[in-house]
Write a new protein. Structure first.
Length: 420
């Protein structure tokens, strides 16, 4: 009956050390970037998660050799142009939205691509118009039919690309497309996320000429060819925030080894306001909490603001805080779907449009709940760790898309959680 579920029981406190893995939101783009250069690439600090498996299968379907992840290492061997089938099929693309980032490198190096319309998490409409409009500016031509996007180009040409919104994946797509385009490309209103910086670092090591990654204006001078590289994936800031939130929800203290502190300023400030004691260490972060949490107001914004991926954890923490909080979602219209599940656990939350008004309660109660996306499911798991009684969380496979050994690692620091 519960073949895709976690059983979670309450714990008094968490104590111990958790090593933060490589970033899901970076590694998938880095895997796509290997399509830009023939030869064997090696990625290090790769998390063993379902999304990496799906992206590996997607690359294999095109003719790329991809190893299994062993000790965080992933080997990807890209053949010559005439041995690649630049087509991303529906049965793989519909599983993860990030797969749309194969479009840029395919169009750039192979000058043609056929990509299924992307799927992924269920939290509102997220158009890919930003991607297509930007790539058209560089000289790609698109046709859509039967659920696929077909792209052709006689060759991309550098130009000024203005993104309507600082979309992370659109920035990645344009960045990968422009490194082999002739001339200079200027990306205005670019996303500033650390994962964009990570992608630019790998592309630069491959021989690309990129300036300004991490700012809203990126300049790319096209080159004739790129070379395979070995690259270490940046640590996952969202996973670090998840484990910090676990401390706030259950109390206790954790060492988060490898947490990318320099990329977490805004969320750490908010977690501190909620009541967590956070100390930056030489290895990452030390997080502790032994008192009741405090109500605050939070609004999501593009980086360096509070990312929308952090919001489910913040909302879950605030359900137990002393006072009334207001959380505003400025990026994705459908990303309050998990609120109904928190209400089933006794949370006092009222939503109005893109606002959630949260009145903290002394405790939550265990219930049967369902996760609708990666972060929502993980947040509900944390809620179960502080709820009286037993919580059965269905949708465990969502968590496995973004977190390596989620239950085992939390059990190692005192959580009572098992995969059914």
């Amino acid at each position: 009956m519960y073949d895709d579920a976690f059983r979670i029981r309450p714990v008094s406190q968490l104590h111990g050390t958790i090593e933060i893995k490589g970033a899901k939101n970076s590694v998938l783009k880095l895997m796509a970037a290997t399509l830009l250069a023939p030869g064997t690439h090696v990625l290090e600090n790769v998390p063993r998660i379902a999304d990496v498996t799906i992206m590996s299968d997607l690359l294999r379907s095109m003719g790329v050799e991809v190893s299994e992840v062993i000790d965080g290492r992933l080997s990807i061997t890209v053949p010559r142009e005439d041995q690649i089938t630049p087509r991303a099929p529906y049965e793989l693309v519909e599983k993860i939205r990030a797969s749309i980032v194969v479009l840029g490198p395919l169009v750039s190096r192979y000058r043609r691509a056929e990509v299924s319309m992307p799927g992924g998490d269920d939290f509102g409409h997220r158009p890919i118009d930003f991607h297509l409009n930007a790539l058209e500016t560089l000289g790609a031509n698109f046709e859509a039919s039967h659920g696929y996007i077909s792209a052709t180009t006689p060759g991309l040409l550098g130009t000024r690309v203005v993104l309507e919104f600082p979309s992370h994946t659109a920035t990645d797509n344009v960045l990968m497309a422009s490194v082999l385009a002739k001339g200079i490309t200027i990306i205005e209103n670019a996303a500033r996320e650390p994962e964009v910086i990570d992608l630019a670092a790998m592309l630069s090591a491959m021989g690309a000429k990129i300036h300004g990654a991490g700012t809203s204006r990126i300049e790319v001078e096209g080159v004739d060819q790129l070379q395979p590289v070995t690259h270490r994936v940046v640590a996952d800031r969202v996973e670090a925030a998840t484990m910090a939130a676990a401390v706030g929800i259950t109390t206790g203290s954790l060492e988060l080894v490898g947490a990318p502190v320099s990329y977490m300023d805004m969320v750490l400030e908010k977690l501190g306001q909620i009541g967590l004691e956070i100390t930056k260490t030489s290895n990452g972060l030390h997080v502790s909490c032994f008192d009741r949490l405090k109500a605050i107001d939070v609004a999501t914004l593009p980086y360096p603001g509070v990312a929308t991926d952090y919001k489910p954890f913040i909302v879950t923490m605030l359900t137990l805080a002393d006072g009334v909080s207001i959380v505003t979602e400025n990026l994705f219209s459908g990303r309050f779907k998990y609120v109904d599940e928190l209400r089933r656990m006794g949370a006092d939350i009222r939503t109005e449009g893109h606002h959630a008004v949260i009145r903290g309660v002394p405790r939550l109660s265990g219930a049967q709940v369902k996760g609708s996306d990666i972060r929502a499911a993980a947040a509900l798991a944390l809620a179960g760790m502080a709820a009286e009684g037993e919580t059965i969380l269905s949708g465990a496979s969502h968590i496995e898309r973004g977190y390596e050994d989620f239950a085992d690692r939390l059990r190692s620091v005192g959580a009572d959680i098992e995969r059914l």
